[in-house]
Design a protein around this ligand. Structure first.
Ligand SMILES: O=C(O)c1cc(=O)[nH]c(=O)n1[C@@H]1O[C@H](COP(=O)(O)O)[C@@H](O)[C@H]1O
Length: 294
């Protein structure tokens, strides 16, 4: 008997997250909308604060926005609070949003010692996991090196990380603005690590930084050659017009993020779309104005 079976075709390399995000930003605009099913929002939408309400809320947001915004960012805690049935709603939302063309950024803000980080990486960054997402938020405040398993997993699966640098909440400064022995701020040290991970990647690295739109002025070097997630627009008081002041010449890489500012327009699908479009228009005006002024 002759062996006719040939070796299986090697899987094609996945397209890196940074390249996919750049294309999505260029075609859909850079806005990210957060899916944060606060109890108060469920009530405001006339929904019950239970799994049925969570399901209806999440489906409506995905139906309204997944075919038009670049990024949807479900906040995991709002699903986890309902236990395994809430996580099942999250899994479904990730799959449906990705199928409709949105990139899904799982906002889980994970961070732990490296060996446990590997389990978080297997949860969000392994393409065979039910919660596999295009990217996940992580905290580097157990040391940037503790993120190595996630950095490696992201490279293999073509997914991305958004690493907390300067968060939008005022309490973040006492840790993130602290001065290290080398003289830089803690946040700058983290940003320098991100820049090293993204070095020479085109068109955009897959390791993004989280920098609040609320900061007024970042006061750090944001040239990380990766995307810059800017939460804090809307409910936390920042506006798209603040972006050039915070991000300066890095504004073209900014992914402005809004949750309640859009979600409060629901439950009407058209009203949600109109709210997202309004933020999108304001972002475009701010970014084009800043680029024109340079
Ligand atoms: O990583 C995040 O998304 C994040 C980082 C940060 O510095 N600040 C911040 O508000 N966020 C998240 O962004 C969302 C902001 O929600 P709104 O204030 O309703 O727009 C929440 O899900 C926060 O957890």
């Amino acid at each position: 008997m002759t062996a006719s079976a040939s070796a299986p075709e090697p899987e094609p390399e996945p397209e890196p997250f940074g390249a996919r995000l750049r294309r999505a930003m260029d075609t859909r605009g850079p806005l990210c909308v957060g899916i944060d099913p606060h109890s108060s929002l469920l009530h405001a939408w006339g929904l019950s604060d239970d799994v049925a309400g969570l399901t209806s809320f999440t489906r409506t947001v995905v139906e309204a926005l997944a075919d038009r915004v670049a990024v949807l960012k479900p906040q995991s805690a709002f699903f986890e609070r309902f236990g395994s049935r809430g996580v099942a709603v999250l899994e479904q939302a990730v799959a449906e949003a990705r199928a409709a063309g949105a990139l899904v950024l799982m906002d889980a803000k994970r961070g732990d010692i490296g060996s446990t980080m590997a389990a978080y990486a297997a949860t969000y960054l392994d393409k065979d996991s039910p919660l596999f997402s295009d990217a996940v938020t992580v905290s580097p405040y157990l040391g940037f090196g503790s993120l190595r398993p996630a950095l490696d997993a992201a490279r293999i699966s073509g997914s991305g990380l958004f690493v907390l640098a300067l968060t939008s909440n005022p309490e973040g400064a006492e840790v993130q603005r602290a001065t290290t022995a080398g003289g830089s701020s803690v946040a700058q040290v983290m940003l320098d690590h991100m820049a090293a991970e993204n070095a020479e990647v085109t068109p955009l690295g897959s390791v993004g930084a989280v920098v609040g739109a609320t900061l007024g002025e970042a006061g750090v070097n944001l040239a990380v050659n990766g995307p810059l997630l800017a939460p804090g627009i809307g409910a936390q008081g920042a506006t798209p017009a603040d972006l050039p002041g915070v991000f300066g010449s890095a504004v073209r890489n900014v992914v402005p993020s809004v949750s309640r500012g859009v979600l409060r327009a629901g439950p009407d699908v058209y009203a949600l779309r109109a709210a997202a479009e309004r933020f999108g228009d304001e972002v475009r005006t701010a970014v084009e104005g800043a680029e024109g002024a340079r």
